[in-house]
Design a protein around this ligand. Structure first.
Ligand code: B12
Length: 217
């Protein structure tokens, strides 16, 4: 039953079970299930459920991390299959993502990246401790629609402003939307540094990213 496998996919993500998620992705391919359906009707539903549970205090950080890893394991199996069928997921836009210089926190950024990529954005994750110029050069290289900048320390938040200045220096500021986030970051801070967008969690980051690229998808 196809519905049963979709439900099992949802559960593999809500359980944070990477092995099960990967096995289900392989099973979907073996059984001829459309990989796009496996992502959208199965795994994405699971990560959305975990995100919502986290938002209302029913799931916790380890649940999010494990769910994110399980999601990545499934998508890693399905993405090449999509490509070989010439059936790419619709790309909502390219997003350059990273944690600011001086900051090595990456769990929240990883979740934002996973959710954006599960929602159709092409994510270029630069990692942690990323100098402002690297964000800007990558944005130019991939013609990014959005640059997403994470900061978890009150001492590194100000480096988000430096990323905006680096985009300005390359003459890219009018072409790229900047979205900021991280535990100490607020909408007021985002407005102060003239970022275009802000989100307090990975689910809202997808809504915000869609708003920034003008897509209702
Ligand atoms: C795990 C953790 C670490 C781990 C990081 C591991 C890793 N791989 O990421 C380790 C142990 C390495 C670490 C180190 C340090 N940490 Co630390 N760490 C944390 C902790 C406990 C959890 C952070 C986390 O992962 N949260 C869970 C994720 C899911 O939430 P999130 O990161 O906020 O991300 C969500 C949103 O913010 C948003 N978001 C995040 N990024 C982005 C980006 C965009 C574009 C958007 C739209 C949204 C968005 O969406 C995410 C998903 O929902 C926090 C406490 C806390 N409650 O935040 C302290 C905390 C952030 N750390 C803190 C400190 C002080 C440090 C250290 C300086 C400690 C030390 N003395 O060495 C070092 C700094 C090292 C460095 N240079 O970066 C302080 C920061 C205080 C401050 N305001 O400045 C905190 C708040 C702890 C505290 N209460 O004191 N830390």
């Amino acid at each position: 039953m196809v519905d049963d496998i979709y439900q099992a996919m949802v559960t593999s993500i809500t359980d944070g079970d990477s092995e099960a998620a990967e096995a289900l992705a392989r099973r979907a391919i073996a059984e001829g299930i459309d990989p796009l359906d496996a992502i959208n009707k199965g795994f994405v539903v699971g990560i959305q459920q975990v995100g919502e549970a986290f938002g209302c205090g029913q799931a916790f950080l380890p649940d999010l991390v494990l769910a994110g890893e399980a999601m990545k394991a499934a998508v890693a199996v399905l993405d090449p299959e999509l490509a070989s069928r010439g059936q790419q997921r619709e790309t909502a836009g390219d997003v350059v993502l990273g944690t600011v210089k001086g900051d090595i926190h990456d769990i929240g950024k990883m979740l934002v990246g996973t959710m954006l990529s599960a929602s159709g954005f092409q994510v270029h994750d630069l990692g942690v401790d990323v100098p402002p110029e690297r964000f800007a050069h990558k944005a130019r290289e991939v013609k990014a629609a959005i640059v997403g900048v994470s900061a978890l320390l009150s001492t590194t938040m100000s480096n988000q402003r430096l990323v905006i200045e680096a985009l300005d220096d390359l003459g890219l500021r009018s072409q790229v939307k900047v979205m900021v986030g991280g535990a100490p970051v607020t909408r007021t801070w985002a407005e102060t540094i003239e970022a275009d967008g802000f989100a307090e969690d990975a689910i809202r980051a997808v809504v915000e990213a869609r708003r920034l690229v003008g897509s209702n998808a």
